[in-house]
Design a protein around this ligand. Structure first.
Ligand SMILES: Nc1ncnc2c1ncn2[C@@H]1O[C@H](COP(=O)(O)O)[C@@H](O)[C@H]1OP(=O)(O)O
Ligand SMILES: [Mg+2]
Ligand SMILES: [Mg+2]
Ligand SMILES: [Mg+2]
Length: 290
């Protein structure tokens, strides 16, 4: 994920984004394509039998040799693997890759909204995740401080950041800035929030929950896919938060599942009562996404 993040930064520095329109309000750039090839090639070289599903559907053939990374994070390897994962056969694992989450914002220069997402599901549950933020701290002077990698494994915990609970006594929501509609706004109004943070990327919005900047991520719309939510759901769950559809139902992440998150996304931070948020979603909004 870190190597993919460097590819994303290098392509932006060169300035030739190679934008392709995949659909309505749905862009792909050379950074999306190249970062995915880096991740696919690196993972499949180490784990040839693993099922890996990437947003851009790219193949892993013919990548530059310096895009292939097979060494592991020594700090993570020092942790004790929870017993439930020790004997998992690779046939029970599906990896969901979003090589660049927040593409719209990337093309508009809102660079800290961008994340690289690698989510690991075991028997259909999102249990492990890496969220790399290639432009974290990009406004600071020193290039060494740029970028960070956060991870989580359900049953073990999280790393790469300091978990913070959101403030008490007020309500801050986060939602889309580039894929909004009347239904999204209707749901947000029902909560009477003190503040709404309209930012890009599913990974970035879950980061806001993890760092106590918002209480809930409310997106009653169909645009997010399994690669947008697998890694964020796993890391958030590992720290005591929750990510579901807007009815409070769990998504599944096995390899046969449909890609779109058709019932929207509702995520809440650590210490926040998720079911209370589900109850406040207006019936009209729920009916539209049933
Ligand atoms: N209508 C849509 N079409 C394609 N992708 C979408 C759509 N809505 C959301 N997404 C994906 O979900 C992410 C979070 O949505 P938003 O930023 O609007 O809250 C987007 O960055 C995008 O991921 P990606 O950038 O990887 O294509
Ligand atoms: Mg996309
Ligand atoms: Mg995405
Ligand atoms: Mg993407």
């Amino acid at each position: 994920a870190t190597r993919a993040g460097k590819i994303i930064r290098d392509i932006m520095s060169r300035g030739e984004l190679g934008i392709v329109e995949k659909g309505k309000n749905d862009l792909q750039t050379e950074a999306d394509r190249s970062a995915e090839r880096c991740l696919m090639a690196s993972l499949s070289q180490q784990y040839p039998n693993l099922t890996i599903i990437g947003e851009e559907g790219g193949s892993s053939c013919e990548v530059p040799s310096d895009w292939i990374v097979t060494d592991c994070d020594q700090h993570v390897l020092l942790q004790q693997c929870p017993s439930e994962y020790i004997d998992v056969p690779s046939s029970d694992v599906t990896v969901w890759i979003d090589p660049l989450d927040g593409t719209t914002e990337y093309t508009q220069g809102l660079l800290d909204h961008v994340t690289v997402l690698v989510g690991i599901s075991v028997r259909g549950k999102a249990v492990g995740g890496v969220i790399h933020q290639p432009y974290y701290n990009y406004k600071s002077e020193s290039a060494d401080l740029m970028g960070r990698t956060l991870w989580g494994l359900v049953g073990l915990g999280t790393g790469g950041f300091q978990p913070v609970a959101p403030p008490t006594g007020k309500l801050i929501l986060t939602t889309t800035r580039s894929h909004s509609n009347d239904l999204v706004n209707m749901a947000l109004e029902a909560f009477k929030p003190d503040d709404i943070l309209r930012v890009g990327g599913a990974g970035h919005k879950v980061l806001l929950l993890m760092e106590g900047k918002a209480h809930a991520y409310v997106f009653p719309s169909k645009g997010c896919k399994k690669w947008d939510t697998c890694a964020p759901e796993a890391v958030l769950t590992a720290m005591g938060g929750k990510l579901t559809d807007i009815h409070g139902g769990a998504y599944e992440y096995h390899k046969e599942v449909e890609h779109p998150n058709l019932r929207g996304v509702l995520a809440t931070a650590q210490g926040v009562d998720h079911s209370a948020f589900v109850k406040k979603i207006p019936q009209e909004v729920r009916d539209a996404l049933s």
